[in-house]
Ligand binder design. Sequence first.
Ligand code: GDP
Ligand code: IMO
Ligand code: MG
Length: 404
Amino acid sequence: MANLAVVGLQWGDEGKGKIVDYLAGEFDAVARFNGGSNAGHTVVIGGRKHTFHLVPSGALKGKELLIGAGVVVDPEVLSGELSLLPDETRRRLMVDGRCSLVSPLDKEFDRVLEELRGSAAIGTTRRGIGPSYAMRALRLSPRVSDIIDGFDFEPLLRFYGKQGVGTAGLLGWAEESKRLLSGITGDVGGRITAIAEKGGSILYEASQGTLLDLLHGSYPYVTSTHTTASYIPAALGIGPSLAGKPLGVAKCYTTRVGGGPFPTEISGDLAETLRGVGNEYGATTGRPRRVGWLDLVALKYAIRLNGSKEIALTKLDVLSQIRELKVCTAYRHEGSESTDFQSSLGRLDEVEPVYESPPPIHGAKFEGPLPADGRKFLGWLERELDVKVALLSYGEERSKTIEL
Ligand code: GDP
Ligand code: IMO
Ligand code: MG
């Protein structure tokens, strides 16, 4: 089995957790490479729901679990997650010593920054992600290894003190973090390389989605790190040849949490129905997700950025409950049509989606062999996107997955 990279092709919450759990059995290890506890990845088995924020979604398949250097680790969240999993999970987990930590000060600063932005707030998860990556770039943040060795917090405290962020309680937090992380820290890049040299294989798990990428997403309404398959080797400390084949995950409609442009967003009764049927509420914050039609302009852009020739399509069961479907195939702006995902935020806000009606799937049932209307819909989408739909998901349960 070759290495495989599961990445989100929209604004997050595409169903990456479900797909990673489904595929993990074929791999020796599952590695998270980006983001932090802003991620909420859901796995449902026998009606029981598990939500992962930092622990890779392969946890329930008994796999080796790796958290690479590109991840920012909130020790309080990690500790909480481990306490819900069997004790042996901890023995299968390695956290890279080079990961930056998310401190309580980063979380408070996230809140302060959002309040300063007022009506232009990003709508962050308030998990301290942006501040933690920023402190890393400023060379002020403690890494996992630093907390274990003993870290000089003075420069960080001076910075945060000037921002009006309360700085008490940090040393207690550092002690707790050291207790949690000692014994599970290692060199994740080295471990992946060793597994590969023995003929083993790795499943990479992205958090967030391509359109939330710090460089290529709808900036500034993005997260504070990279979310595409191209980031994998850099983030994990491995050579590019180990990065694996990208498998993009896309929902067959679109959702977004937080602020920022969303050309195919819908409102009113239809939005309520789609949100209700799709249970579109954030796995991390519980916020109602904004919902809209599938946007092929944005999706093609994301497929290009990831070099993904195959995709996993999720939530067909939800779309099949909506009678009249629309899919956006181009954007119209000032009288002309284009299929460019604009870098200009103003334009992205102003574009009018050009819609087509895809082959109908209303009432389609996906148990057993793929129904004719389902096949027609997929064939149409594959031609539009020039990709193969390799996996199809038609329910939250692990078992409701079809390999094509
Ligand atoms: P992630 O962040 O990409 O892992 O996605 P989330 O877990 O945040 O959100 C996806 C939601 O959709 C979760 O509640 C999943 O249990 C659920 N889900 C995933 N695939 C399907 C599907 O095919 N059909 C339905 N109805 N729900 C799904
Ligand atoms: P998963 O891995 C959906 C969004 C936030 C906000 C922006 C910045 O579950 O797909 P941040 O807290 O990262 O500074 O917030 O990014 N966001 C997500 N949206 N799914 C996620 O992760 C997200 N992680 C961050 O809502 O708009
Ligand atoms: Mg999620």
